[in-house]
Design a protein around this ligand. Structure first.
Ligand SMILES: [Zn+2]
Length: 235
């Protein structure tokens, strides 16, 4: 179980950690700023830097077998690291920050399109949500205009923790039918955009939605009976 530093501060680009385990498929550290793939957001890439200056490139980050363990997937094997050695962590910040902007933009857009969310994905250059809705109700110009109007309000985002029981008592908080919030650790993390959105999410978000700037709706298409897909990019 690693200390997930990105949860408390998504803006950490670097940290010092200790190697806890080297598996065939990845490196575990005692603490990390690398976000592991989850909730539609890809895992971070970057490097682990040894005390002699050697850089170990990290090509992906995934969740490990136990809850809250994180596997840093090296670009090259074998990994030249030893258990117990200190490393400096460095994420590809430009990529992560783009993911944070697009991820937070999806939260805003999910309030503009009032329909159940049936899927979603975030990439560094684009993001999408699928809705269970009549496709004729999806108007690209309106979605873009209303999403950007909310972004322009420059609201601060907040992280809120509630218990599993509190979440069970408020099922309306779970908009995303395909991604149920992680359970079993006793508490669930929510993202709140005051007056706009409140929903369970373990991803990384911008502090102020104004940082998104603006979005552009690039495509709306039918991906199935319950999947009408809206794809966005940063404007
Ligand atoms: Zn989120």
């Amino acid at each position: 179980m690693a200390d997930l530093l990105f949860r408390e501060d998504a803006y950490l680009k670097t940290a010092i950690a200790e190697v806890v385990a080297c598996h065939g498929n990845g490196v575990e550290l005692d603490r990390t700023v690398f976000y592991p793939l989850g909730g539609g957001q890809p895992g971070d890439i970057g490097a682990l830097i040894r005390s002699n200056g050697e850089r170990v490139p990290i090509a992906d980050t995934r969740k490990g077998v136990s809850a809250e363990s994180v596997l840093h997937i090296p670009a090259n094997l074998p990994v030249p690291l030893e258990v117990g050695e200190p490393v400096t962590l460095e994420i590809d910040w430009q990529r992560r920050y783009a993911l944070m902007k697009l991820h937070t933009a999806l939260h805003v857009m999910s309030c503009v399109v009032v329909a159940p969310v049936t899927g979603g994905n975030i990439a560094p250059d684009k993001a999408r949500l699928d809705f269970d809705i009549d496709i004729n109700l999806l108007d690209a110009a309106r979605i873009e205009r209303e999403t950007n109007a909310i972004i322009a309000r420059g609201l601060e985002t907040e992280t809120v923790w509630i218990t599993d029981e509190e979440l069970d008592a408020r099922p309306e908080l779970v908009k995303t039918m395909s991604v149920q919030p992680p359970r079993g650790v006793g508490r669930v993390r929510l993202l709140r955009i005051p007056g706009v959105d409140l929903q369970p999410c373990g991803g990384t978000h911008v502090r102020n939605i104004g940082e998104i700037g603006a979005i552009r709706v690039v495509r709306i298409r039918n991906e199935g009976k319950r999947n009408k897909r809206v794809e966005i990019v940063l404007a």
